[in-house]
Design a protein around this ligand. Sequence first.
Ligand code: RIB
Length: 289
Amino acid sequence: MNPKICIVGSANIDQIAYVEKTPADGETVFGNSYQMGFGGKGANQAVMAGILGAEVYMVCCLGSDVYKDMTIENFKKNNVKTDYIQTVKGSSGVAPIWVDSSGQNRIIVIPGANDLINTEQTLNSLEAIGKIDVLVGQFEIPMNVTELVFEYAFNKGVQTILNPAPANKPTKKLLQSTSWFIPNEIEFEEIFGAPFNEENLFNFSGEIDSKIIVTLGEKGCAFINNGKVEILGTKHVTAIDTTGAGDAFVGAFSYALGLNLSIVESLQLALEKATDSVTRKGTQSSYKN
Ligand code: RIB
């Protein structure tokens, strides 16, 4: 049976400029190329899980612009169900992105409709979707919405995954209904107030009930296994564009978790998909099964 996954989160249109070196203050530089594509941390995670074969339900909010229909069409193409997408008057979310020659990115998110997702409608959608295996959330929609849907699902025994991106401190209430907490190193430091290292991960993991996985980019990921910190490495590749790699990780991990794979197997799949995605340009356009 395919795992049934619900993502409550953002959808954006990514506007990516590829440049040798990103401009300094007051500087103008020429870029090498430009591409527009589908993004948003929630949407990316949904598409990754959809490509892998999960039954994915996307709950997000789009604007009344041309991006709305394009985004819905794109979800359908990628095996993501769109029945619970909300729309409001105004602009959909957009994200101007700079990617330099090492594949590193800098992202600005302009949330638009993402900020206007309706709490009651979202809870009704979860009710209508029915029994799910995994619920996934991030921080590109208002946190109180994520808090309420996590509480609702967690109390029903659903595994919940919180990806605290862009970096923000989750409320105590939200963490209490989080089964898996997946920050990257930057988010780890922002949330726990100390840089990522094995000792800090071990100490902080004792402070919360959720299981923590820290994504480490080309170094793989760190997690706690049998009471000890373990680092799982990943294949070395030449990075072309790292945009959305963390989302590929979370989307693939949610799929694996829904399949009841072991933690190590789930992380291996997540790392494989994230690592593969950095070898191609674009966000969702870099995801492959
Ligand atoms: O994680 C990458 C994503 O961050 C991009 O798709 C962009 O839209 C922002 O949400």
